[in-house]
Design a protein around this ligand. Structure first.
Ligand code: HEC
Length: 157
């Protein structure tokens, strides 16, 4: 996790939001949307494994819990700057994205939501292998950090 920590000390979310969107006719906005939606799916995959253990639908396994929590922390630490270009919000691209315009109009507010996930997932990665109660104790903050960004910044289905 040391390496991840080093990366996270830099601001990882949406660095490119501050840069004017380049005009491309190559579908780069669609690609960026697909990339961030794919990343979100990977978040869900790792979180789902941990949630199943926390709920008891899957037996707790320290190595598997650590692996999933490390993966989530690593995913959260990725630099997402290029995945959130201006002009890729739901107003500009309805039907393709659920990203609310407020992500850009209230920037850098979204960055604090992103940091909440980074912090919570790193805290969970530290303890996920220390037993089921430790995992359960850390998982709540991670789930809250997902919802904490979805509520203000993702259009409900
Ligand atoms: C910093 C803000 C933020 C955080 C933190 C965040 N999300 Fe998201 N999430 C979004 C936004 C915005 C969208 C809509 C993206 C789009 O449609 O372009 C989204 C979409 C999704 C989707 C739908 C992806 C798809 O296929 O369209 C899933 C699933 C998801 N998030 C899961 C998670 C989980 C699980 C976490 C926590 C581990 C999480 N998200 C944390 C902002 C966030």
């Amino acid at each position: 996790m040391q390496k991840i920590k080093t990366i996270v000390t830099g601001i990882s979310f949406a660095t490119a939001l501050l840069v004017a969107a380049p005009v491309h006719a190559d579908g780069h906005l669609e690609k960026a949307i697909e990339a961030r939606q794919s990343l979100m799916k990977l978040y869900s995959f790792s979180l789902g494994q941990l949630g199943a253990m926390a709920k008891g639908t899957v037996a707790y396994d320290a190595a598997a819990a650590s692996a999933a929590a490390d993966s989530l922390a690593a995913l959260a630490a990725l630099d997402q700057g290029a995945m959130w270009p201006k002009g890729s919000d739901v107003a500009a691209m309805p039907g393709k994205t659920r990203a609310m315009t407020e992500i850009w109009s209230t920037y850098p507010e979204v960055q604090s939501k992103s940091k909440a996930l980074v912090d919570a997932s790193m805290a969970m990665a530290k303890v996920a292998g220390d037993g089921l109660p430790a995992l359960q104790g850390a998982l709540g903050d991670v789930g809250k950090s997902c919802g904490g960004c979805h509520k203000p910044f993702r259009v409900p289905k």
